[in-house]
Write a protein that binds this ligand. Structure first.
Ligand code: NDP
Ligand code: MG
Length: 392
């Protein structure tokens, strides 16, 4: 019996994870669930999965949850320390890291430091502190399995010995596929007027609002380039983004002998979640088998960096190194929230990120404290720029 903690259980990834777990009650038990503000949803999940512990974002949320599940034995707590506890407890084996944004860093790192099997959806944690996070995984013998569909596809397309002997594997390039999001073909001049509703309407995937906006700007792909760099030890010039609007191929690895290996599937996150949960075995995920004969043509083309400046900014941050990716990530989180709150326009997102990258100095990512200080500095700077834009 694997005992699973889900950080971010009420989110899109969290709900998909519980859907897979519910199909295998003999193999998996839920140790702990976390939410931030959606307390009613978490109460329903607690009733169904009977976790030993549940963690929410505030004292008020905890009081409300205690009321809602007073008849259950679930122990309720709140705050970052409690999240770190459920991620590192000796009562859990596997941690699904599915909190959105920088808020996921501390508990995800706590899971790695406790040597857990970490299923990583929270790409922002790795973008912020890639080297430190990967060092913690190695030092504490944690198992890190990618949930992001592209990285899970790459993981599946690499040989098992890749982690031990990357050079011997003969990898020429990592080909990261991207759908291009909802604005792949929209006239560039009209992007200024895009609304949050339009930006959140992804053609192929149903996801949380933040990652949906990131997909529309292609910052999501930019963060994924940085994520791939850390997960697979690949330099920026060995990672290529390929636009593939159908999202059937989830990414590829090209080898020195001319072979290209790909992983295909219907666009449903339950496939990578089931893969990582059961790895190296396979379990049923609830996702329908891919029917190749009814499929439209698969298209591929190069990304347009003018249309999607956030993609170029992310490559710049990766090449700059140190805390530059933390700067990029923090500025993006602030800008995306301001866009969702209708304080700034869609194209202002890349403007805010670019200005923060240009104006704020970055340093060495020598410690988590240094990364968090950079994150805080970037948030203040981005907030000032947003205030200026919101007034005009
Ligand atoms: P959602 O917005 O749907 O869910 C986010 C989860 O995190 C919710 O449970 C939310 O709680 C919780 N949360 C939000 N803010 C905080 C906070 N400050 N502290 C603690 N918990 C918080 O996001 P997704 O499920 O879409 O994405 C989760 C992560 O997975 C992201 O990093 C994303 O990039 C990544 N990912 C997602 C994919 C997808 O298909 N959705 C695909 C690949 C990667 P509450 O709901 O109670 O507020
Ligand atoms: Mg992805």
């Amino acid at each position: 019996m694997q005992r699973v903690t889900i950080l971010g259980a009420t989110g899109s990834i969290g709900v998909s994870t519980l859907d897979v777990l519910a199909r295998h009650p003999d193999q998996y038990g839920v140790y702990a669930l976390s939410a931030h503000s959606r307390v009613d949803e978490l109460a329903v999940q607690c009733r169904q999965f009977r976790p030993a512990r549940a963690v929410v974002g505030s004292a008020e949320a905890a009081a409300r949850l205690r009321q809602l599940i007073a008849d259950l034995p679930t122990e309720v707590a709140y705050g970052e320390q409690a999240l770190c506890e459920i991620a590192s407890s000796s009562d859990t084996d596997t941690v699904m890291a599915a909190i959105v944004g920088a808020a996921g860093l501390a508990p995800t790192l706590a899971a790695a430091r406790a040597g857990k099997k970490v299923l990583l959806a929270n790409k922002e944690a790795l973008v912020m502190s890639g080297q430190l996070f990967m060092d913690a995984v190695r030092e504490h013998k944690a198992t890190l399995l990618p949930i992001d569909s592209e990285h899970n596809a790459i993981f599946q397309s690499l040989p098992a010995h890749y982690a031990r002997e990357p050079e011997a594997a003969g990898v020429a390039k990592i080909l990261l596929t991207a759908s291009g999001g909802p604005f792949l073909k929209r006239a560039v001049g009209t992007l200024e007027q895009v609304t949050p509703e339009e930006a959140c309407k992804h053609p192929n995937w149903a996801m949380g609002r933040k990652i949906s906006v990131d997909s529309a700007t292609m910052m999501n792909k930019g963060l994924e380039v940085i994520e791939a760099h850390w997960l697979f030890g690949a330099p920026a010039d060995r990672i290529e983004v390929v636009i593939h609007p159908q999202s059937v191929i989830h990414s590829m690895v090209s080898y020195v002998d001319g072979s290209v290996l790909a992983q295909l599937g219907n666009p449903d996150m339950r496939t990578p979640i089931a893969h990582a949960l059961a790895y190296p075995e396979r379990i049923v995920s609830g996702v329908a088998q891919l029917d190749l004969t009814t499929m439209a043509a698969l298209e591929f083309h190069a990304p347009d960096f003018q249309r999607f400046p956030c993609l170029a900014l992310a490559f710049d941050a990766l090449r700059a190194g140190g805390t530059a990716p933390a700067l990029l990530n923090a500025a993006n989180e602030v800008a995306v929230q301001a866009f969702l709150d209708r304080r700034i326009g869609f194209r202002d997102i890349d403007r805010v990120v670019r200005r923060v990258m240009d104006e704020e100095a970055h340093g060495a990512a020598s410690s988590i404290e240094a990364v968090l200080a950079q994150d805080a500095q970037a948030r203040l700077a981005a907030g000032r720029i947003v205030d200026g834009l919101a007034r005009t």
